[in-house]
Write a protein that binds this ligand. Sequence first.
Ligand code: GTR
Length: 434
Amino acid sequence: MNLGINNIGRHFRWLTIVFIGAQVILMGQINYEEKLVPDYTLPNPLITNQGVPINNMKDWLEIRRPEILQQFAELMFGKVPTDLSIVTTFKQTKQVLNAIDGKAVLKEIELSFSNGTRSIEASLLILLPINSDKPVPLFLGTNFYGNHTIHKDTSISITLNHVNNNDELNIHNNRADDASRGGRAHRWPIENILQRGYGLGVVYYGDIDPDFDDGFQNGIHPLAYLPGQTKPRKNEWGSIAAWAWSMSRIMDYLQTDEHVDHNRVSVIGHSRLGKTSLWAGANDQRFALVISNDSGCGGAALSKRQFGETIQVINTNFPHWFCENFKQYNERESELPFDQHMLLALVAPRPLYVASASEDQWADPLGEYLSVAHAGEVYKLFKQEGLDPSFKPMPDQPIWKGKLGYHLRRGTHDLTSYDWEQYLNFADLHLNKN
Ligand code: GTR
């Protein structure tokens, strides 16, 4: 079995140090026992930092929501630099009228990010149902190994940027080629998505910022440096915030695409990219539906439970994901002025779906459910039903109340057609597809 760096933590339970090549992976002391979860108090999303209760939608939207958003930006994901001088331009580089075995119109849009002296390019792949005569709702997602991995269709371009090696996908020397075409197709049931009347947009996250710790020398970050600056400030964007920011730039493009109904765009991501979709959806209210698949620590899971992956472990193994300020909470979860239920609450009153997998204890499925349930307090302000925190979700029995959806899929850490089936049904219900 090839565990790969990203899966190692799922297989070791106690203090473990693993050597992979030159890299040391610290797993820390991982708790998987419910009875060992420490006593914790969740901050109330409906009380301001000054202790003022929030009891109406207006005060939530105008006072408390910006306050929470600011805290997550400042202390966890990192702010997009305020003096950002990156200009994003879009250019359609390809159109194929009968892609995906004649089921889709395929477009590729080149996104170019430039600060005037330096630029990087990313490729947005858009697939639209072949016979749609009106703008379609669309799922927008990020992928781990390149757009060409989501389907074997040879018209999909292969990224020239750094790709993390993966033996199963035949990716070596950090370069992708034809050998990995369709290698992640099981995560993207494209035919079903198209057949249900939805479009799909995907971007390879490494086009925006390669996913390894290089001190922020490659990808989008250096484009924002002021003269003499060599890394983001302590409160400035890590990689997740950069990936999420790019989702918003893609949304800028989608607003100009007459084939896409930009009022019905759902943002979706799995695992670290589920953390990304949550942060994108929290920041950008143009996303009509926000979906987090197995996002775990730093995503939907409550940090203060310290169940499965912890802040210290994630910051050690992936020092580039969050901002420098977040490291002060390593082994200090109790001092965090927020928890992840407040990140989810930032999506309110828009529909939100969180999913877990029963064998993905590393991501703390119960902590993910509780997070949605506690975010419900804010949805209630909008006269929406919430989920009951004392309820124990059962595998393969989705729980939907009001604008909130949750399921615990039986199985391992993955994005499967079962997950997608729920997301499509939920989108049908909430995005009023006709
Ligand atoms: C893991 C990491 C998780 C999750 C996952 C993934 O190793 O610890 O937080 O993000 O990677 O993205 O696949």
